[in-house]
Design a protein around this ligand. Structure first.
Ligand SMILES: Cc1cc2nc3c(=O)[nH]c(=O)nc-3n(C[C@H](O)[C@H](O)[C@H](O)COP(=O)(O)O)c2cc1C
Length: 192
């Protein structure tokens, strides 16, 4: 069972990365050997915007050449995606939006359908809701199974650690993932 956490923040050690890693690390620590976890930050990665060329309708993969490919390949291999974004002007930041828009290339053949997802947003004060809506739009469009969300508050890097509710919610969501996986495993054993 592969769990992939992606932080879309350009701050490598920012608040979004803290919440995404909280879930990934909990699963790594509490999950059984069947779990394979990985964390990726989009900070410093070259991910250009989708140019709307529509070539991916034929190629079924984005034709632009940058660092999106490697991350998309890891996403294709995962079973559970944990995607987080900071809130910029009441919505996802540009880097996260670029990453999401480029997955249009995977949409034509519903290549992400059937995977599971968790979404995370962080804001200093207001706007987390729309960030979550945008992330949920990505999750719903691609037909991921939706596990849940975490919304955190914090301005400077590390401030989200003071948001006790968000930290607790991250653990709750991680627990939900562990339960979901053990239920799925039990169900498939029963069918055998
Ligand atoms: C360009 C920019 C726009 C922002 N817009 C908002 C906003 O609309 N609402 C808000 O509450 N915080 C806003 N913030 C604050 C960030 O959401 C906040 O600092 C968050 O913790 C950043 O997460 P990160 O550390 O993962 O990058 C903005 C920050 C920047 C740099």
């Amino acid at each position: 069972m592969k769990v992939l956490g992606i932080s879309g923040s350009m701050r490598a050690e920012g608040n979004t990365s803290i919440l995404v890693r909280k879930i990934v690390d909990y699963i790594e620590a509490e999950g059984c050997d069947e779990f394979n976890t990985e964390y990726i930050t989009l900070a410093g990665k070259k991910i250009s915007p989708c140019i709307g060329c529509e070539k991916c309708r034929e190629s079924k993969w984005c034709v632009l050449d940058d660092e999106w490919d490697d991350i998309a390949e890891k996403m294709m291999e995962c079973d559970i995606l944990i995607l987080g974004s900071p809130t910029y002007y009441y919505d996802v930041n540009g880097q996260t939006k670029n990453f999401i828009d480029r997955t249009y290339s995977l949409f034509h053949d519903r290549k992400l359908a059937g995977k599971y997802a968790v979404v995370i947003s962080v804001c200093a004060d207001r706007g987390c809701e729309r960030t979550l809506s945008t992330l949920e739009g990505f999750v719903n469009t691609h037909e991921f199974g939706y596990i849940g969300y975490v919304a955190g508050k914090g301005a400077g890097p590390g401030d989200v650690l003071k948001d006790k509710r968000a930290i607790e919610k991250s653990v709750e969501v991680a627990e939900r993932i562990l339960k979901l996986v053990s239920r799925t495993r039990r169900d498939s054993k029963r069918k055998q």
